[in-house]
Design a protein around this ligand. Structure first.
Ligand SMILES: Cc1cc2nc3c(=O)[nH]c(=O)nc-3n(C[C@H](O)[C@H](O)[C@H](O)COP(=O)(O)OP(=O)(O)OC[C@H]3O[C@@H](n4cnc5c(N)ncnc54)[C@H](O)[C@@H]3O)c2cc1C
Length: 495
């Protein structure tokens, strides 16, 4: 009899766990409450336009342990086309002044030094630290399975990056910028507007730009939906079962041993192992009724800040609008869209670099801004409808500032709110990437197993502050490594 693995949630973590589970010979079922798989990694079509919700950069597009996962799970295959943008983003301030973040650190360093020769030493220091982060190598083995030798082996290679972690691991961006002692007001104001006014981790900032520099964080043509579908294809082809439109209410546990899951329609689904790749809060506090909580979990869910949810306004524009900038961020102060005062400005993504996103001669453009959950949680019916209407109007005006005259070419507008995300994925308070990476949690993670509970594992973005596709897929893989260990069988990543 093959052992049976049931996975709650068909997002990237659930699909990854599913693929490795079938690869290792387990009878596997993924139970997904939505009518499509992908979770946060999704997109939707409106009148020929595709509106993408997730993918901008995927760490691991060219090398390393994440790259292996993307190949093993069919996210990257011989047909996938990877686009490495020259420009990371273009920033615009109150007065329309432009500031560019280049993906290539040498180019960006030169650009910064041209703007601020007085900050030459600080700029060089920052860029050197970003280059060092290229040495960061994710592990392919789950933490529980690593031996001291595994750590010793990577130590010499990782030493420079460990130094960066030691020096800045406990700093916010603001503290890091202060430490750099930048003098140039323009650079200071852009950096502060982007990352300074929240508790955002300095390391996250340094690593992010480091990954772009190595061309190991590209965009995959087609975006989020086909990415998730390629995983679905692989899972189903290998013999996995994906059940849509079924919501798990409870994890069935007898004497601290997991026995299966109970669906909202009252059906129970038996299992030898259950992996939850669904929202972390719902899993621990609802499906498991708060019965299996470690000190770390208790602390994290009480104290770690969540990502502020976003509103996404997607535009179908009946005109070709080429752009060399994949993202334009407007950091002007005191702007309002609908009921939201924009603390962090708004960003505009012109998808002209991906021909699959709009019919020929037309362009898909997406505008996003942070909007706190408290504004949305109790908004119902008429108020919600009116708010969406106002957002359409205000967001169009914002877009018109960046592309003057564009409004007359807009033929589709679609507004997705934090409530939309919660409705389709159950994500806690619309926190689409889980816990915000801060100075207190950046190098921390939560365990895949819960105290005293047997045959149950967690996977997904809620285990690593900062979330993202790579840790989601990685923890999916790790859960199967742990199950294989328990079953005393060798883990395989092929079939
Ligand atoms: C706007 C945006 C931009 C992003 N950009 C990037 C990017 O450029 N690069 C990057 O790496 N990451 C990015 N991310 C983050 C990335 O999408 C997520 O971190 C990742 O997809 C999370 O995957 P997951 O499988 O852990 O969780 P989820 O995607 O949340 O999946 C959970 C799944 O479980 C299902 N589910 C929940 N409850 C139940 C239940 N009770 N029963 C059955 N099913 C259930 C949900 O429907 C969902 O399908 C972005 C996210 C967003 C929203």
């Amino acid at each position: 009899m093959r052992k049976r693995v049931v996975i709650i949630g068909g997002g990237i973590a659930g699909l990854s766990a599913g693929i490795y589970s079938v690869m290792n010979g387990f009878e596997t079922e993924i139970i997904e409450m939505h009518s499509i798989a992908g979770g946060q990694c999704t997109a939707w079509d409106r009148k020929g336009y595709r509106f993408d919700y997730c993918l901008h950069w995927l760490v691991g597009t060219s090398k390393g342990a994440f790259h292996e996962i993307w190949k093993e799970t069919n996210v990257i295959n011989n047909e996938t086309e990877i686009i490495d943008h020259e420009v990371h983003s273009r920033i615009l301030d109150n007065d329309g002044n432009e500031f560019i973040i280049y993906s290539n650190i040498d180019r960006w360093e030169k650009y910064l030094m041209d703007i601020a020769p007085e900050d030459k030493a600080a700029i060089q220091k920052m860029c050197t630290e970003m280059r060092k982060s290229a040495l960061l190598e994710p592990f392919s083995l789950a933490p529980e399975l690593r031996s001291p030798l595994d750590y010793i082996k990577i130590l010499p290679k990782m030493l420079p990056v460990m130094n960066v972690v030691r020096k800045f691991g406990r700093l916010t961006c603001q503290e890091y910028f202060d430490k750099l002692n930048l003098k140039n007001e323009r650079i200071k104001s852009v950096f502060f507007s982007l990352y300074g006014n929240r508790d955002f981790s300095a390391l996250a900032f340094i690593f992010m730009l480091g990954w772009f520099n190595q061309k190991n964080a590209g965009y995959i043509k087609g975006g989020s939906y086909p990415l998730a579908q390629r995983m679905v294809e692989k899972f189903v082809k290998l013999g996995g079962k994906l059940s849509y439109g079924k919501k798990v209410e409870k994890v069935i546990v007898e004497n601290n041993v997991t026995k299966g899951v109970l669906l909202s329609d009252g059906t129970s689904v038996p299992a030898d192992y259950v992996i939850s790749a669904a929202d972390g809060y719902s899993t621990i506090f609802k499906m498991l009724e708060s019965k299996y909580i470690s000190k770390e979990i208790d602390f994290a869910y009480k104290n770690w800040e969540l990502f502020t949810p976003i509103v996404q306004v997607s535009f179908g524009v009946k005109k070709d609008i080429p752009s060399q900038f994949p993202i334009i961020i407007n950091i002007s102060k005191d702007m309002i869209i609908g009921k939201t005062k924009l603390e962090n400005g708004y960003s505009v993504m012109n998808y002209s670099y991906d021909s699959t996103m709009a019919p020929e001669g037309k362009t898909t453009i997406v505008l996003r801004y942070d909007s706190p959950w408290k504004l949305w949680e109790n908004m119902e019916a008429e108020e919600y409808k009116a708010e969406k209407k106002q957002i359409q109007k205000d967001a169009t005006a914002c877009l018109d500032k960046i592309y003057p005259g564009i409004s007359e070419f807009i033929e589709v507008i679609d507004v997705a709110t934090p409530k939309t995300d919660v409705k389709y994925t159950g994500v806690k308070d619309g926190a689409y990437e889980g816990f915000m990476p801060s100075k207190d949690n950046m190098m921390k993670s939560l365990k895949m197993q819960l105290p005293k509970l047997q045959n149950f594992y967690m996977a997904g973005q809620w285990l690593f502050p900062g979330g993202g596709l790579p840790p989601s897929a990685q923890t999916g893989k790790w859960t199967i490594q742990l199950i294989c260990k328990k079953e005393k069988q060798k883990f395989s990543s092929t079939m």
